[in-house]
Design a binder for this molecule. Structure first.
Ligand SMILES: Cc1cc2nc3c(=O)[nH]c(=O)nc-3n(C[C@H](O)[C@H](O)[C@H](O)COP(=O)(O)OP(=O)(O)OC[C@H]3O[C@@H](n4cnc5c(N)ncnc54)[C@H](O)[C@@H]3O)c2cc1C
Length: 380
């Protein structure tokens, strides 16, 4: 076993950190307060190769693996989780669905533009009545001549309002339940396709989350991604990789909260000494550091397995479950270490505390992760 990052991975982490601190950090508070989507910075990330890390160079990607991808998401999220989730939904959900399941024609049409950040992607599975039970999808695609006609509404789609390309699941054979759902790729500007309500959120407020609406939206067969009626099964495979990004998002935000708490504990004096000298504060920092290391090890294992072509349903769920719950604990203690100042927006931990909560919900709640892992354990 090798627990070292390669020199290239260390250099990548440094480069992303420098970018995040120079280009993102100065705007975090303003973007969060104003719910301002950082489109310009996202385009810059594309030019740097960070919007298509895991795709081959011949398709315009950076030709890197999931460990490098996790490093990118961690370092962006360490400064701003909103940027982390924008890149994660674009990369491991939308672009990866097209890359893994799409035709050669679709790969060549979409991946170079998505990987280069020229186009932004979103991925729509969730509906108002179909969240954890995503197989209960109601959006339908009905055959009419040589077209599919889509009607329905998706909810909680990350990037919905800024995306140039959307991969969305719709029912093509209701009698077949989860084996009657198909993935479609839709381009911005297609008649009958639009973003709806943008949600006003607790956290990750610079990212845009909202409805995707289909009203008599006519699509040809070239818009079907993967096999007809296999969209739900394919979505579960896409989510196996997606959960590595939610774990990385959790780890990045937890690292940001931990770094801020450690720094603060050395400079804040009470009772004539830095609060870091109190054992109660030291124990908090220790528990945070142990949680962070454990989350990273679980996630790099899952990332390594993907890079080695292995199935990771159990491992990516474990990484996502542990990292997201650890991140909530870490952000909570980071606020506690800051005392009253942790409640104030002048300090970054207040935002981490709000932002991390999404990680125990998005791409499958903690309860659903436990169901997924239990199924894997009991069937092994
Ligand atoms: C900011 C944000 C971004 C998102 N981005 C995307 C995106 O890009 N694309 C997309 O498709 N979706 C996205 N989602 C949706 C997200 O994946 C869902 O919110 C999540 O899967 C939970 O579904 P739900 O909200 O309908 O909750 P519900 O499924 O209604 O769950 C409510 C509660 O019941 C529990 N529960 C449900 N079923 C069970 C069960 N069988 N056993 C035990 N407990 C259960 C849940 O764990 C939860 O605690 C996003 C959500 C948010 C908030």
């Amino acid at each position: 076993m090798d627990f070292e990052h390669t020199p290239e991975q260390i250099a990548l982490r440094r480069a992303v950190r420098e970018f995040a601190e120079a280009e993102i950090a100065p705007h975090v508070l303003e973007w969060d307060e104003g719910q301002i989507f950082p489109l310009e910075e996202i385009r810059k990330l594309g030019r740097l190769g960070y919007m298509g890390a895991i795709f081959p160079e011949e398709l315009g990607g950076a030709g890197l693996g999931y460990i490098e991808y996790a490093i990118i998401i961690e370092e962006l999220s360490r400064v701003d989780g909103s940027v982390g989730i924008i890149v994660a939904a674009h990369t491991s959900l939308c672009t990866n669905h097209i890359y893994k399941m799409g035709s050669e024609e679709q790969r060549h049409r979409y991946i170079p533009k998505l990987a280069g950040g020229e186009w932004l992607g979103c991925w729509s599975l969730t509906e108002p009545e179909a969240g954890s039970d995503a197989a209960g999808t109601r959006t339908k695609a009905v055959r009419d001549g040589d077209c599919w006609v889509l009607d329905g509404a998706k909810t909680f789609t990350t990037n919905a309002h800024y995306a140039d390309v959307c991969v969305a699941m719709a029912v093509t054979d209701r009698a077949a339940a989860q084996h009657g759902i198909t993935a479609f790729v839709i381009e911005k500007g297609t008649p009958g396709f639009r973003a709806g309500k943008k949600e006003n959120k607790l956290g990750l407020r610079a990212s845009a989350t909202g409805e995707v609406i289909f009203e008599n939206c006519r699509l040809g067969d070239q818009h079907v991604v993967g096999k007809l009626n296999n969209g739900f099964v394919d979505s579960l495979k896409v989510l196996d990789g997606g959960r590595v990004s939610i774990a990385a998002l959790s780890i990045g935000m937890a690292q940001g909260a931990y770094d801020a708490a450690l720094r603060y504990s050395k400079t804040r004096h009470q009772f004539g000494r830095p609060i870091s000298e109190f054992q109660a504060i030291q124990h908090k920092l220790v528990d945070m550091a142990v949680d962070l290391d454990a989350a990273r090890l679980l996630n790099y294992r899952a990332a390594w397995m993907i890079d080695h072509g292995q199935r990771v349903t159990r491992e990516s769920s474990m990484a996502k479950l542990f990292a997201s719950e650890a991140a909530v604990r870490i952000a909570n203690e980071a606020v506690q270490i800051h005392g009253g100042y942790g409640f104030i927006k002048d300090y970054p931990v207040e935002k981490f505390y709000r932002d991390v909560k999404l990680c125990t919900i998005g791409e499958g709640t903690s309860e659903i992760q436990r169901m997924v892992i239990a199924r894997q354990l009991l069937n092994s």
